[in-house]
Design a protein. Structure first.
Length: 370
């Protein structure tokens, strides 16, 4: 019998990479998608299997982390060997605007899953991976951050994820459940949501060089993050559940860059050299040299600051120490920062070229800007 996995958040960035990985490993994969007014499976459409086929190894179920009934029903029907709890309202900025919904989904949603496993007496069979986060460290108490570094959450998102972290530890200790926290630092990819800062940058800059957009507006340019590739990080999610004993692990690259560094790296990929001027709200990036794209002229301001993107409380700096994962799981990230930026830029340039072609052919293209 193939192993059976259930992925909450299968339609998200990590869910899509993890589904690919598990299918490659011969798993029967079940995923929870929520009802939306339009199709919301773009990231996994390439894995789609006709629900009318009898033999399928990818099955999607309607459910929601805010709805115990659906979660219990799905866990009961699937009886998974492994659950990967990736579903979340995962945007830190948005969590200040929707704090209650974020807590309901990210904190209580995790409790609902654990309770489903417990009530259905699946504790001996089902292993749970919880998508914990470097945001738990928030106002950092130690650098680099490791498994033992104290937490100090700085947003409703991080506070909700703190509850989820501890409820997993508690169910592990109280009921002997196999539940692990992966404390993952930021990880990105061409599948990253368009409103997270890396994707916002690569998408906007690709559109700028093709003349589809003039300027990119951002918040805190000095924030520093430890950015890895999502494809590398989902391997670690799987590896964690293959250990004899459940444990928590930090997953990171051990390298740190600022938002400004990310912009410069994306600019280089596009053949632009930028000049940074001004401070705070008045900081800008101007094109100094443009080697390949005639739509961008030297002197054009392509990055400005908009305070709308500042957060009431910010996480200024995060840098992970992945040495426990390296030692115990033999894990190391494969993709460098430069390779990550290059892959994201290439993907967004392809999309922007398609939009430019559509416009030239007389079709209106409406692209959302953050
Ligand atoms: P995404 O935002 O790309 O995906 C989130 C997924 O959760 C989507 O499938 C989304 O569905 C689903 N979802 C949201 N709310 C609900 C709900 N109420 N019920 C059911 N499903 C819901 O996140 P990532 O893939 O980037 O991250 C995966 C997990 O890892 C998240 O829990 C995130 O908080 C955590 N994490 C992410 C890091 C990162 O850098 N990417 C780092 C550390 C932790 P839909 O597609 O319909 O919106
Ligand atoms: P983060 O990612 O908050 O670290 O959470 P995000 O890309 O949103 O922000 C990173 C940093 O960039 C700054 N920033 C901006 N951010 C956004 N989104 N938009 C902007 O315009 C902008 N300008 C500057 C932010 O202030 C921040 O400092 C991500 C999510 O995936 C979480 O779910 C996950 O838990 C953590 O990573 C680890």
């Amino acid at each position: 019998m193939p192993k059976r996995a259930l992925i909450t958040g299968i339609t998200g960035q990590d869910g899509a990479y993890l589904a690919e990985l598990l299918l490659d490993k011969g798993y029967e994969v079940h995923g929870i998608k929520r009802r939306a007014s339009m199709f919301n499976t773009a990231r996994i459409d390439h894995l789609y299997q006709d629900p009318h086929q009898r033999q399928r190894n990818l099955v999607l179920h309607h459910g929601d982390m805010t709805d115990s009934c659906s979660l219990t029903r799905i866990v009961q029907a699937v009886r998974p060997d492994e659950i990967y709890n990736l579903a979340a309202q995962s945007h830190v900025g948005v969590s200040f605007e929707e704090p209650e919904y974020t807590a309901n989904t990210d904190a209580l949603g995790t409790l609902r899953l654990l309770e489903a496993i417990r009530m259905l007496r699946l504790g001996n069979r089902t292993r749970l991976y919880q998508a914990s986060t470097s945001e738990l460290y928030g106002m950092v108490q130690e650098t680099p951050q490791r498994e033992t570094t104290p937490f100090y959450p700085r947003s409703p998102y991080a506070a909700a994820k703190l509850y989820a972290y501890w409820i997993c530890v508690n169910y592990r200790e109280a009921y002997g459940m196999y539940a692990c926290n992966g404390i993952l630092f930021n990880h990105e990819s061409p599948r990253r949501g368009e409103t997270f800062v890396t994707r916002k940058i690569t998408r906007a800059m690709a559109r700028i060089v093709l003349g589809l957009q003039d300027c990119l507006y951002l918040g805190n340019l000095s924030a520093r993050r430890d950015w890895g590739h999502a494809r590398d990080y989902v391997e670690m999610q799987w590896l964690m559940l293959q250990q004899e004993e459940p444990e928590d692990f930090v997953i990171a690259t051990g390298m740190q860059y600022s938002v400004r560094d990310f912009i410069d790296a994306a600019a280089r990929e596009l053949g632009l050299l930028l000049c940074w001027e001004g401070e705070g709200l008045h900081e800008t990036a101007t094109v100094l040299l443009s080697t390949v794209h005639d739509r961008v002229r030297p002197g054009q301001v392509i990055v400005r600051v908009d305070p709308r993107y500042f957060r009431p409380t910010e996480v200024d700096t995060l840098l992970g120490d992945p040495s426990k994962a390296a030692r115990r799981l033999g894990w190391a990230p494969r993709t460098t920062f430069a390779e990550l930026v290059a892959e994201m830029v290439e993907n967004d340039l392809k999309d922007a070229r398609r939009d430019a072609l559509m416009e030239e052919s007389g079709y209106a293209v409406y692209a959302c800007k953050e």
